[in-house]
Design a protein around this ligand. Structure first.
Ligand SMILES: [Fe+2]
Length: 127
């Protein structure tokens, strides 16, 4: 059984999918069950992954992370996603980009969640 907004990855072909409608079935790719990605929220290594959110008058600036994450060809942040009261926005990034995104979203809001995906270290969320 899946839950809304969960992210799964295929261990074989590395397809990554997000659940936009939960169901009771098992997600399968390449003939095997897909793996639910954990959402990490505590940095431990030298590289920082936990998203940092700065609220401005017109939206939210999200940086990865407290020290800018590398954006090299073989190690970079693939995307940053923000969810404000169910409004979900995602910006895809490339190596060489800055590891940050500005989302123009009106306030006020009740809930905000931010996630980002590192191609090496996986899925992270704001703490
Ligand atoms: Fe990383």
């Amino acid at each position: 059984m899946t839950e809304l907004n969960q992210i799964y990855r295929c261990k074989i072909c590395e397809n990554i999918i997000e659940v936009v409608h939960a169901g009771i079935g098992e997600l399968v790719c390449c003939g095997q069950p897909m793996s639910l990605l954990n959402e990490f929220n505590e940095d431990s290594g030298a590289e920082k992954h936990v998203p940092v959110i700065e609220e401005t008058d017109s939206g939210f600036k999200v940086k990865v992370g407290s020290i800018p994450h590398p954006m090299e060809d073989d190690h970079y942040i693939e995307w940053i996603e923000i969810n404000v009261d169910g409004l979900v926005c995602r910006r895809f990034l490339n190596s060489g980009d800055e590891p940050e995104v500005f989302f123009e979203i009106d306030s006020p809001y009740e809930s905000i969640n931010v996630r980002e995906y590192c191609n090496i270290h996986g899925l992270w969320k704001s703490s």
